[in-house]
Design a protein around this ligand. Structure first.
Ligand code: XIL
Length: 314
């Protein structure tokens, strides 16, 4: 049978959906997640620092393992997400004296990437390093180490898991602009220093009221031309609620445009939607009054507009 994954695979790519542990007990939900539409998953929360090392030196892999096990049982590859990020950091990291941050970061990366070695094909080693104007985001890591924390994190991840593709991942870098220029210059500078960098993730958290990113295909291609893989890692297309047919049609165009951009770029390895159903989308909890961002509705029914647009684009 034809699925999003089978269509993507025919183009040498994967089509995936993020998931999270609470919804893995929803059997109607897991029937679709593992039913063939998706060849890849990303844990939405359970490999983050607050989940894996809530207190210093004490690691917890139970929830991340549950996602890995589900994926293995349903022929899905796993993107590890994420090793170093300013958000969902336990308080103990933010409270460290700056002189302690590098050792804590390196140990975190080493322990988590070693645990998942052979189970994830890629890691978002560094997540969201930039502000929207392209300047380096302030975090415990940038405060302690400057921009060099990114190279150090990548080198540490490579040592722990030499087979995983190592990514930097960010949002509002999908199109051409100051923030994607900053990412582009970072990748070039890392390469010039001999730092291991295999891929760049473009989150793809889009909103129809803000317009489609400028020149997305060209943007992906310029990264590919540097010799790195690219991936759409967290795609969703939100709208101001309520849904209506006009907004659904615009949303479908956005989904189509993103998938077409990936298909057109040989080094775009795949597209991941940030869960597949509005029932478990992060959008309403984060963007007040917005939602309906995914191709399946809150009753786990496919939205013909968005779903068929993705099918046609693949
Ligand atoms: C989100 C999760 O989906 C939510 O459940 C959580 O409360 C906050 O984080 N960019 C990322 C993801 O890289 O990790 C975020 O995931 C969404 C934005």
């Amino acid at each position: 049978t034809q699925t999003l994954q089978s269509l993507a695979a025919a183009k040498g790519k994967y089509f995936g959906s993020a998931t999270d542990n609470p919804e893995l007990s929803d059997t109607a939900y897991t029937a679709i997640l593992g039913g063939g539409e998706f060849g890849q998953t990303t844990p939405g929360n359970s490999m983050k620092w607050d989940a894996t090392e809530p207190t210093r030196g004490s690691f917890s892999f139970t929830r991340g393992d549950a996602v890995v096990d589900f994926a293995a049982a349903h022929n899905m590859k796993v993107r590890g997400h994420t090793l170093v990020w300013h958000s969902q950091l336990p308080g103990w990291v933010s409270s460290l004296p700056t002189g302690d941050v590098q050792a804590a970061m390196e140990n975190h990366i080493t322990q988590v990437a070693t645990h998942y070695r052979g189970k994830v094909f890629a890691w978002d080693v560094v997540n969201e390093p930039f502000n929207d104007d392209g300047t380096l985001r302030t975090s415990p890591f940038s405060t302690a180490m400057g921009v060099g924390y990114i190279a150090d994190a990548l080198r540490t991840a490579r040592a722990a898991d030499p087979d995983a593709k190592l990514y930097i991942n960010d949002y509002n870098t999908d199109g051409l602009g100051a923030k994607s220029d900053a990412m582009y210059n970072l990748v070039k500078s890392l390469q010039a220093q001999g730092v291991p960098i295999d891929g760049v993730g473009f989150q793809g958290h889009l909103a129809i009221q803000y317009g489609f990113p400028s020149q997305m295909q060209q943007n992906l291609q310029r990264f590919a031309d540097l010799g790195v893989d690219v991936a759409i890692t967290e795609l969703d297309v939100r709208m101001v609620l309520p849904r209506d047919a006009t907004k659904d049609a615009t949303q479908a165009t956005y989904y189509s445009n993103v998938v077409k951009a990936c298909v057109a770029v040989t080094r775009c390895v795949g597209v991941t939607i940030w869960d597949y159903t509005d029932k478990y989308s992060w959008v309403p909890n984060t963007f007040s009054g917005q939602g309906a961002a995914l191709p399946w509705d809150e009753n786990l029914a496919k939205k013909p507009t968005a779903y068929n647009a993705i099918v046609s684009a693949l």
